[in-house]
Ligand binder design. Structure first.
Ligand code: SAM
Length: 225
């Protein structure tokens, strides 16, 4: 994994490469016991998990706070933290087993992040988290109209919710009314890739989220805005 990643990202330091190697080994090892990912082949993990996770890097300012909603096995939050240990990262997932994995990975990588076992709808109403993050990131969690209800309440006014998507044009269209209700606007940025169409939908919050949102757990996906 180290050599492979170094050939894709020539600027990778020894420490960063070592951390990706450990992360890969733990992902494969734990995946035999708990379901973490269907992608296990080295080159696929390097590109479709690690490299893909890093596509938001140029958007993130120094020392910013970032919450990864529905992080699963740590994507995109952990690769971003490996490359940018200055970030104050919070990893959230509704599955406890994945939180156990994430804590072990962070310890093995000697990196610190906060790991929270919660549904996005619940943490989004918790005053300790609501409206406190510079960025949210999310990949493969929900269709865009649902995802913005889960993420926008958590970011500050002026903050950005970065949604990792495939071809986002259609989804962006279907999220227009949700974005309006949540007081956010969005632009789409295509990501060059040799593993399929990839894009980032970058939503900017222009005013505080109405207290109605997020609605109770399960409602955003059952009845999208
Ligand atoms: N983001 C990771 C990735 O790109 O590989 C994981 C994607 S996985 C398909 C979706 C993850 O989102 C799962 O780990 C699931 O438990 C979590 N999830 C789904 N809905 C959620 C919610 N409402 N709140 C918190 N986590 C959620």
């Amino acid at each position: 994994m180290k050599e492979l990643l170094k050939s894709i990202i020539p600027s990778l330091t020894v420490k960063e490469a070592d951390r990706f190697e450990i992360y890969y080994q733990m992902l494969i090892d734990w995946n035999s016991r708990i379901n973490l990912t269907a992608i296990t082949e080295k080159e696929d993990v390097a590109k479709k998990h690690f490299l893909d996770s890093l596509s938001a890097l140029p958007l993130l300012s120094e020392n910013a706070s970032l919450i990864d909603i529905g992080t699963g096995a740590g994507f995109p939050g952990i690769p971003l933290l490996i490359m940018r240990p200055d970030l104050k990262v919070t990893l959230v997932d509704s599955l406890q087993k994945r939180i156990v994995f994430l804590k072990e990975v962070l310890q093995a990588l000697d990196l610190s992040a906060s790991c929270v076992h919660s549904r996005a709808e619940d943490i989004g109403r918790n005053p300790s988290y609501r409206g406190t993050f510079d960025y949210s990131v999310s990949r493969a969690v929900a269709p865009l109209p649902v995802l913005v209800e889960l993420t926008i309440p958590l970011i500050k006014t002026g903050g950005k919710s970065i949604c990792y998507k495939g071809n986002a044009a259609e989804e962006l269209d279907s999220a227009k009314s949700a974005l309006h209700l949540l007081h956010a606007s969005a632009v789409c940025k295509e990501i060059p890739s040799d593993y399929g169409v990839r894009s980032l939908v970058i939503c900017t919050k222009y005013a505080p989220t109405p207290s109605l949102y997020p609605r109770k757990a399960g409602t955003p996906s059952k009845n999208p805005l």
